[in-house]
Design a protein. Structure first.
Length: 552
C-alpha cells in the first residue's frame, strides 16, 4: 500500500468521508440520532457564545498590545489558547471524537491515508474550533492595529495551530498506548487525577498567601519571561513581537522554532501511528494459573440479606466494576477534597466573608449535592460498561426490572458512602451540621436520588453509549445524555435551593424536611411506575441497545 499515488490517496479519503456522511444521514432516521443532533447543536451554540466572547477579548487585547508598542506581551494571549487547546479535550472527553479511527485498519488503507485520517478526525472537536477562532481574532486584532503585520500574524497563527493540533493528537495517541494495559492505565489514571486535584489547590493557596509573596512573584515572572519564549506559546508571541519591532532576525528565528516544534510532534505521532498501522495489538489479558491443578478457582458470590440471588449477583458485579476503576475510586474522594479547597480559600478567615465560612451549616447540603453530581456519568449510562455482555442479561431467566433495580441499588450505596464521607469532612473542616440541616439534606437526597435514577434508567435505554476505559474520548455518556442530565440536575438543584431558601425564611429547616418528604414521595412513586414498565421498554430497545453497546 506504500506505493499508492496521490490520486488513490484522495480517493480513499473521499470514500471514508462519504461513508461517514452516509452513516450520519442514516442515523437521523432514528430517534436517538435526531436527539444526538439536537444535543450537538445546542452544545455547539453554548460553546459558540463562549468562543465569541473569548475571541472578542483576545482580539481587543492583541489590538491594545500592538497599537501601544507592547507586542512583547503577545505571549500572554497565546498561553490561554494553548492550555485550553491541550487540556479541554482531556478534561471534557464527552465532546471528543466518537469514532475510533483505528478500526479503519481492517480495510486496505495506505499509511498516508491513515495518518491524514487520524489528524482530521482528531481535529474535529470543540477545542480545535475554538482555538482556530481565537487565533483568527488575534490576527485580526494585530492587523487592525498594524496592517503591515497582518501577513506575519496569519503565518504565526497557522504555525501555532499546527503545533497544537499535532501535540493534541500526539498526546491522545500515546496515552491510548499507555492505557491499553491495565497496570499502566491505573498508574496513568492516578497521576492525572492527582495532578487535577493538586491544581485545584493553586487558587486557594495563592489567595491566602499571595499577598505575602507578590513582590517575589513579580521578580520570578520577570526572570522566567525569557525562558518561556522557548516554549510554543512564548515562541509565537516573541515572533510577532520581533516583526512588530522590526527585528526580522528575532521574528524569523522564533517562527522557525515554532515550526520545529510542529515537526517534532508530527514525527513522534508518526512513530506511534506507524506501529499501530503495522499491526501492533497490545493486550492486557494473561492466562491465570490456579493452584488447583489448572482448574479455575470458584469463589462464592455475595449473600446479601433481603436481596434475591439475581439482584445480589448484579449488585456484586457493579461493585467489582467500580473497584477495578481507579478514576471512579478517586471520584469518591473529590467531595471531601473540594470542601478542603473551600476551607483554604479566601474565606478561610471570617473577615473575608466567604460563603461556607459565614454559613457553615450549608456545607453539608453543598457537599451532598456535589456528591450526587459526580454520579451523573455512572447513573445516566448504567449499561455502558456492560458492552456486548448486555446480551447475557436478555438471555438470562431474570426480569430486566431486577437488573435495573440492582444497578440503582449499587449507585444508591455509593451515594450513601459519599454522603457519610461528606459529613465527616464537614465536621472536620467546618463544624458538624445541626440536626435540622442534616435531616433537610438527607430528605433532599431522598428526593433527588429517585429523580436521577428514573431519568438515568430511561436515558440508559434510549441513549446508551459504550464505555471504554482504555481510550480517551470514549468514557462518557452520549451527547443526549449529557444534555438531559444537565437539565435534570439544574431542575433538581433549583427545586432544592428554593425549598431551603423558603424554609429559612419561614423560620427553620424543619419545614424543608417536610417539603422534601412530600417531594420524595412523589419522586419514588414516579420511579416505581417507570420500573413497572422497564421490562417492556427494554424489550423494545433491545436491538438498539445491543447494536450500540456491541460496537467494536
Amino acid at each position: 500500500m506504500a506505493g499508492l499515488s496521490a490520486r488513490q490517496v484522495r480517493a480513499q479519503l473521499a470514500a471514508i468521508a462519504h461513508i461517514r456522511w452516509r452513516a450520519f444521514v442514516y442515523s437521523l432516521r432514528t430517534r436517538r440520532g435526531s436527539l444526538e443532533l439536537a444535543s450537538r447543536i445546542f452544545m455547539g451554540l453554548f460553546f459558540g457564545f463562549g468562543g465569541i466572547a473569548g475571541a472578542a477579548a483576545l482580539g481587543s487585547s492583541a489590538y491594545y498590545f500592538v497599537s501601544n508598542g507592547r507586542a512583547q506581551w503577545m505571549a500572554v494571549l497565546f498561553w490561554p489558547v494553548f492550555l485550553f487547546w491541550q487540556l479541554f479535550p482531556v478534561m471534557a472527553t464527552a465532546f471528543s471524537e466518537a469514532l475510533d479511527p483505528s478500526t479503519l485498519l481492517r480495510f486496505p488503507l495506505s499509511y498516508r491515508s491513515y495518518f491524514l485520517v487520524r489528524i482530521a478526525y482528531g481535529s474535529l472537536d470543540v477545542s480545535t474550533a475554538l482555538g482556530l477562532l481565537w487565533l483568527s481574532a488575534i490576527a485580526i486584532g494585530v492587523g487592525i492595529a498594524k496592517p503591515a503585520l497582518l501577513p506575519w500574524a496569519i503565518l504565526v497563527g497557522l504555525g501555532f495551530a499546527l503545533v497544537n493540533i499535532s501535540l493534541a493528537r500526539l498526546v491522545f495517541a500515546w496515552v491510548e498506548r499507555w492505557l491499553a494495559q491495565r497496570k499502566t492505565r491505573e498508574i496513568f489514571g492516578v497521576v492525572v487525577l492527582l495532578l487535577a486535584l493538586s491544581g485545584q489547590l493553586i487558587g486557594p493557596l495563592l489567595s491566602r498567601y499571595g499577598r505575602r509573596t507578590a513582590p517575589h512573584a513579580a521578580v520570578l515572572a520577570q526572570e522566567l519571561s525569557p525562558e518561556q519564549r522557548l516554549l510554543p506559546p512564548g515562541a509565537a508571541g516573541a515572533s510577532l513581537a520581533g516583526w512588530s519591532n522590526h527585528s526580522l532576525a528575532n521574528g524569523l528565528s522564533y517562527f522557525l522554532l515554532l515550526c520545529a516544534y510542529g515537526g517534532v510532534f508530527l514525527w513522534l505521532l508518526h512513530l506511534r501511528l506507524h506501529k499501530q498501522f503495522r499491526g501492533e495489538n497490545l493486550s492486557e489479558t494473561s492466562v491465570r494459573r490456579s493452584a488447583s491443578g489448572g482448574r479455575p478457582v470458584v469463589r462464592p458470590s455475595w449473600n446479601l440479606a433481603g436481596l434475591s440471588a439475581p439482584v445480589a449477583a448484579v449488585f456484586e458485579k457493579e461493585f467489582r466494576y467500580l473497584l477495578r476503576s481507579g478514576p471512579m475510586l478517586f471520584t469518591l474522594l473529590v467531595p471531601g477534597f473540594m470542601l478542603l479547597i473551600f476551607r483554604l480559600g479566601p474565606g478561610g478567615s471570617r473577615e473575608a466573608g466567604q460563603f461556607l465560612t459565614r454559613a457553615p451549616n450549608l456545607a453539608f447540603p453543598v457537599g451532598a449535592a456535589y456528591s450526587l453530581l459526580l454520579l451523573t456519568n455512572l447513573v445516566y449510562n448504567t449499561f455502558g460498561a456492560d458492552g456486548s455482555g448486555l446480551q447475557m442479561f436478555f438471555a438470562s431467566p431474570v426480569s430486566f426490572r431486577q437488573i435495573v433495580a440492582a444497578k440503582n441499588l449499587s449507585h444508591a450505596a455509593v451515594l450513601v458512602f459519599e454522603v457519610v464521607l461528606v459529613w465527616v469532612a464537614v465536621s472536620f473542616f467546618f463544624k458538624p451540621p445541626t440536626l435540622a440541616i442534616a435531616m433537610a439534606t438527607l430528605t433532599g437526597i431522598a428526593f433527588a436520588a429517585p429523580v436521577n435514577f428514573l431519568a438515568g434508567n430511561l436515558l440508559s435505554l434510549y441513549a446508551p453509549k459504550k464505555v471504554d476505559y482504555g481510550a480517551l474520548g470514549r468514557q462518557r455518556a452520549s451527547q443526549t445524555g449529557v444534555l438531559v442530565s444537565f437539565g435534570v440536575q439544574l431542575a433538581v438543584f433549583s427545586i432544592g435551593g428554593a425549598v431551603l431558601y423558603l424554609s429559612r425564611q419561614v423560620g427553620g429547616y424543619w419545614a424543608a424536611t417536610v417539603l422534601f418528604l412530600f417531594l420524595a414521595a412523589l419522586a419514588w412513586t414516579a420511579y416505581l411506575m417507570v420500573m413497572q414498565r422497564i421490562d417492556d421498554l427494554a424489550v423494545r430497545q433491545q436491538e438498539a441497545l445491543l447494536g450500540e453497546l456491541s460496537r467494536s
